[in-house]
Design a protein. Structure first.
Lengths: 447, 172
């Protein structure tokens, strides 16, 4: 089978990846400064909200879940593709996975960490967050493990822990490679984090088995986590939320947005660090083809939701769907439909999926579409429940909510920039499993 | 006292010469202690007759413990809280499947990592004396522990198989 990346030597693979850890250009530090500034502004907005009260956010009866919950679902969604690419494609032995996997895993870890902040931000009184944890207390109060919100705490914290450990386990051999090339204090630091890895055959055997098992464990976890997030909504009786399609629909949406984010992160990485030999156009093409597939699932899900709402004969259910498409949120509804299920169809054309600018543009459109999909789902249902006397609108986003949104994106890009600077953003050891071993040419077997 | 032994390490520039040396050493009845390689290589694993890793038993044990812990925690919390709704029993099955599943994965992952750490003997604070930084780049290393009088024969064998250099391993 033809390799999805160029046949380079082991040494060239190391050199290409290790180049990303060298002294960066001034432009890099400008981006870091910008991202740090945005993160600082987000932190200021959160601090202002804590000091002033939740009134500074646009949430109020009847829409009490505003942009914070939108952001939460959005970032959990972004977190999904990392593990999808890394774990599921690893189990399927998809060769185009290897150059992408490390950056996608990093994306997962950062996105899920940011997602985890939003329930805290939404909580208002963040200092009592520990109440949700099961700990012995004198009043014998315990969390209710039948609640989807408690499912969420367990699922998200498990996902964050497992993704981080999966990422670190994969990083070990590469940290040893960096250690062996570094000098001075860097050698010591990478030496500590590589845990004394040497790459002897027993280490490779046990590491390989362990990594395979971690991938097998992470795969159902990915599916479960966004299903659990969808049950925050689906286990209620609110029209537009109470639906069995929510779990697969949310999982597909998460993969859709996550794949688009992979393109947004890796295209600049390829350009800045000149990784054309590793992050080839064929790999981006594979991602684009997968996006077409997830985009079709999204379009099908939107249509199915409407059909079932009509076919059920449930007046409240059908009314909310009509209201979404024709009411005050109609613009956002049609925007999400166009950006999530129509724009990705552009990747049916080879000319669009093999050029960086169209790839990037469609990926950004998908991000916008997916954010507004959560906007429409989360805001419209409580705004238009069963009884007209309780109908209302969301009053945000206010400047504080926008500030926190900007802060979350800035923090995400800041963490990714620092990751690309200090850690190998492409897995050298996995790349070496695919390229010809030293002394062999492509496709040549042993003696 | 150091538990490292005397021996030789052959450093190879290609996979094929490494495999060839492993075959020669095996055919001569010599035991290869370790093979260093820059990446996981199926052919080396096969020649070294590595058994399937016992890490998988750690995973299984961790997963079962997680299921029991998750279900136990949810049941314990429900019984301590004792909040009866519509006369239904406080301990239920279906919702706790989710909690049990998440803990199953979490504990299985912890146990897998423990298994990897035990079997790979990591973390290790000092690298073995024979380790060469080139092994993480594009070289291979074949380690044979032997007595002083055997060194000449083994050195010759490694060089004939295509070793770029052969070094003596002397414990520090």
């Amino acid at each position: 089978m033809e390799l999805p990346f160029k046949a380079i030597t082991y040494a060239q693979a190391d050199d290409a990846v290790l180049r990303t850890l060298g002294t960066p250009r001034t432009l890099f530090w400008l981006f870091v400064l910008l991202a740090a500034g945005g993160t600082g502004f987000g932190a200021f907005c959160w601090g202002y909200q804590i000091a002033t009260g939740m009134g500074v956010a646009g949430i109020n009866h009847p829409v009490v879940w505003g942009t914070y919950l939108i952001n939460f679902v959005f970032w959990v969604g972004i977190a999904h593709s990392g593990t999808l690419i890394s774990a599921i494609l690893y189990l399927l032995k998809a060769r185009w996975r290897n150059p992408l996997a490390r950056a996608a895993e990093a994306m997962t870890v950062f996105a899920v960490a940011i997602a985890g902040l939003f329930p805290l931000i939404h909580l208002g009184r963040v200092w009592i967050v520990y109440w949700i944890l099961p700990y012995p207390n004198q009043r014998d109060l315990w969390p209710n493990f039948q609640s989807p919100l408690v499912f969420d705490v367990v699922a998200i914290s498990t996902y964050f822990t497992v993704s981080s450990l999966f990422w670190y386990t994969g990083l070990l051999p590469d940290l040893a490679t960096v250690r062996d090339r570094a000098t001075g204090i860097r050698k010591k630091i990478y030496g500590i984090f590589s845990l004394g890895w040497t790459g002897d055959h027993l280490q490779w055997t046990h590491h390989g088995w362990g990594y395979l098992l971690l991938a097998a464990l992470a795969t159902p976890l990915v599916i479960s986590v966004h299903s659990v997030v969808s049950w925050d909504f689906a286990l209620s009786v609110v029209p537009g939320w109470h639906s069995t399609i929510f779990a697969p629909y949310f999982v597909a949406g998460a993969i859709h947005s996550g794949l688009a984010m992979v393109l947004i992160l890796l295209i600049p990485l390829r350009l800045i660090y000149k990784l054309e030999e590793i992050l080839t156009m064929r790999i981006f093409e594979r991602v684009a083809q997968t996006i077409v597939f997830t985009g079709l699932i999204m379009g099908y899900s939107y249509a199915t939701e409407f059909f079932i709402a009509w076919y059920s004969g449930n007046v409240a259910e059908w009314d909310i769907f009509l209201w979404r498409a024709t009411g005050p949120y109609a613009f956002w509804f049609w925007l999400m439909t166009a950006f999530n299920s129509v724009a990705p169809l552009g990747f049916f054309f080879k000319t669009l999926r093999t050029r960086l600018i169209p790839l990037l543009v469609i990926a950004v459109l998908i991000q916008i579409g997916m954010w507004y999909e959560r906007f429409v789902i989360i805001l419209s249902s409580p705004a238009h429940e069963f009884d007209p006397y309780s109908w209302g609108r969301y009053f945000g986003p206010t400047w504080v909510e926008y500030g926190i949104l900007i802060g979350s994106f800035s923090m995400f890009f800041l963490l990714f920039l620092l990751f690309a600077k200090f850690l190998p953003s492409v897995s050298m050891s996995e790349l070496k499993e695919e390229i010809p071993a030293p002394g062999r040419s492509r496709g040549e077997g042993g003696p | 006292m150091s538990n490292q032994k005397h021996g030789l390490i052959g450093i190879f520039q290609s996979l094929d010469t490494t495999l060839s040396s492993l075959r020669r050493l095996r055919d001569s009845g010599l035991r290869v202690e370790k093979v260093y390689s820059p990446a996981r290589t199926e052919e080396i694993t096969t020649l070294m007759e590595s058994k399937p890793s016992p890490v998988r038993y750690f995973t299984l044990a961790g997963g079962i413990t997680g299921i029991l812990f998750g279900y136990g925690l949810a049941s314990f919390a429900a019984l301590k809280w004792g909040f009866i709704v519509w006369g239904k029993p406080p301990v239920v099955f279906v919702p706790y499947v989710i909690v049990s599943f998440e803990f199953c994965i979490l504990f299985a992952v912890f146990a897998t990592l423990l298994g990897i750490a035990i079997h790979t003997r990591l973390p290790r604070f000092r690298l073995p004396v024979e380790y060469d930084p080139r092994f993480s780049r594009d070289h291979y290393g074949v380690v044979v522990h032997c007595e002083e009088e055997e060194k000449g024969r083994i050195r010759e064998m490694l060089l004939q198989a295509g070793a770029a250099e052969v070094k003596e391993i002397r414990p520090e």
